[in-house]
Design a protein around this ligand. Structure first.
Ligand code: FE
Length: 391
């Protein structure tokens, strides 16, 4: 990205030009928390809370991804839907299965979209269903780390232990070492649900809180870290998130669907904690980032109504979270400032015309609240236009 100019500077005269007329160009959306293996469950099973939901729904659907042909169909649909919704970058948790994780990497690399991809790790379970043995998890993690260690382009490897109740101390320690040895980022879940937090206290009475367990095993801020949800954090945990430079993936649809709670977004922003947005499919029901932005705004307003000290976030702030907020996980991404990668969406808002002259910002605002994927007419990732992936 060289800059935003009223006229093309003489240095770039002769460069090819695409004129999008009166359409709006915004940075691409970044979804920093979603589960690829749960795609078929979007919109299903929201009448229970997290731990029951994992046992009844998440585990079952991820098991079905062990069939390579089925996984291929689901991943093709996922990547196509990410493209459709203008999500140019994403942080994607895969499954427990070696072959399907490899397939996910290969398919993203063909797509032109950018993603961090991680193998889900779950070698113990509060639901009574252990997904894999510790030894298998170690072997698969090592294989992925070796296979993709030179992958420095748009698709990269991330380490993704599911959550503390789902991971033994042995595997967490292993992953912490792997992050150091292979210089890998880490993503997981933190303080999503009250029962989950109680379970962490039961399993780790030695730790002052949930976040400190991750910190102890080298999984909180020692490398780039993204923690999803962070709803029921203590004051000490929030300070840890800030001081360790952790990114919080705020997933408002998921948090409402599973009755997990409403994250203190304003508090985190005021503290200087880094925040981006996540769909968290399939606990979240849509990849529509405009809908996720609106849910973040509305959740924030709910908190403000209950606690007038907690000012609600604005639509401008929500757009920041969906672009530069989450984009900074990937480097200089999510803005049109000089030096940033050119990830962009071209928006045709003609069908939203309301017989009134609107400012540019009003048009953006209206697109966020009323638009959908049909308004997105072109997508760019790192300077190149990306056609609909044919996978
Ligand atoms: Fe999740």
């Amino acid at each position: 990205m060289k800059g935003v100019f009223d006229r093309i500077p003489s240095a770039y005269e002769g460069a090819p030009v695409t004129d999008y007329g009166d359409k709006i160009i915004i940075p691409g959306f970044c979804d920093i928390h979603l589960h690829a293996g749960q795609l078929p469950n979007m919109g299903i099973g929201y009448d229970c809370e997290l731990i029951d939901w994992i046992g009844k729904y998440a585990y079952q659907v991820e098991q079905s991804m062990n069939a390579l042909g089925f996984a291929h169909r689901c991943y093709a649909k996922l990547i196509s839907d990410l493209w459709l919704n203008g999500i140019t970058r994403s942080v994607v948790l895969g499954t427990y299965y070696r072959q399907t994780n490899d397939l996910l990497f290969q398919m993203f690399m063909k797509s032109g979209l950018s993603a961090y991809i991680g193998k889900s790790v779950c070698d113990r379970s509060p639901t009574g269903v252990a997904d894999e043995t510790t030894e298998n998890a170690k072997q698969d993690l090592l294989m992925l780390a070796d296979t993709y260690k030179d992958q420095k382009g748009l698709v990269r490897h991330i380490l993704s232990p599911t959550y503390v109740p789902g991971c033994t101390p042995e595997i967490m320690e292993f992953i912490g070492h792997l992050a150091q040895e292979y210089d890998l980022p880490v993503t997981s879940h933190l303080c999503e649900n009250r029962t989950e937090v109680q379970e962490v206290h039961r399993l780790h009475p030695e730790a002052p809180d949930y976040a400190s367990v991750y910190r102890e095993y080298g999984l909180l801020g020692q490398k780039t870290t993204i923690m999803a949800h962070c709803i029921h954090t203590t004051g000490h945990e929030a300070e840890l998130l800030r001081d360790c430079g952790v990114y919080v993936a705020h997933c408002p649809h998921s948090n409402l669907n599973l009755s997990s709670g409403v994250m203190p977004l304003r508090k985190y922003l005021n503290m200087g904690i880094r925040v981006g947005l996540g769909s968290d499919i399939s606990a979240g029901h849509t990849l529509n980032m405009m809908s996720t932005m609106v849910a973040a705004i509305q959740g924030s307003k709910m908190r403000w109504m209950i606690n007038p000290q907690e000012e609600s976030v604005t639509t401008r702030e929500a757009l920041y979270l969906a672009t530069k907020g989450g984009g900074s996980v990937f480097g200089k991404v999510g803005s049109f400032e000089e030096g940033y990668e050119f990830d962009a969406l071209v928006i045709d808002d003609g069908n939203l015309y309301d017989f009134t002259d609107r400012t540019l910002w009003e048009r953006v605002e209206r697109f966020i609240f009323r638009g959908d994927d049909r308004n997105i007419v072109a997508r760019y990732v790192s300077g190149s236009e990306v056609a609909r992936p044919q996978l």
